[in-house]
Design a protein. Structure first.
Length: 134
């Protein structure tokens, strides 16, 4: 089960009438993300499989995963914010139980992202899941 912040995001998306409003909300979430330091934008944090430049810096402390991210594409930056809402701050065992496809589907992302964006989102989810299972 997703955490309460993600549940609030689902409720917000249900309230928004059409996909364009939801799309703008994802962009706003991305704009609100703190900037990732350039020193963390290195090969080890770069996510392969994304059409745009994407970096995720993942840390695990006391069995809890946290991450920050950056992208050169505004919508992808928003998708990073959505993933932070879904995953960041959870214990590793909780992360492995989350079905990201189902959870993100609750936002309608599956139907409204281009195939390139969907592939990139999947690559980010895989990076987070891999970090949680190490």
């Amino acid at each position: 089960m997703a955490q309460s912040d993600f549940e609030e995001l689902v409720e917000t998306f249900e309230f928004l009438d059409d996909w364009e409003d939801r799309y703008r909300h994802v962009i706003d979430l991305g704009k609100a993300l703190p900037n990732m330091p350039d020193a963390l934008k290195v090969a080890a944090t770069k996510v392969d499989g994304c059409a745009s430049q994407v970096w995720l810096h993942i840390t695990i402390e006391d069995g809890v995963l946290r991450f920050i991210g950056a992208s050169d594409a505004i919508i992808v930056r928003g998708l990073i914010a959505v993933l932070i809402t879904l995953y960041s701050g959870l214990e590793l065992a909780e992360i492995t139980k989350i079905n990201a496809v189902d959870e993100l589907g609750r936002l309608g992302l599956n139907e409204h992202l281009s195939s390139q964006r969907s592939n990139g989102l999947r690559a980010m989810v895989n990076r987070i899941s891999d970090a949680a299972t190490v």
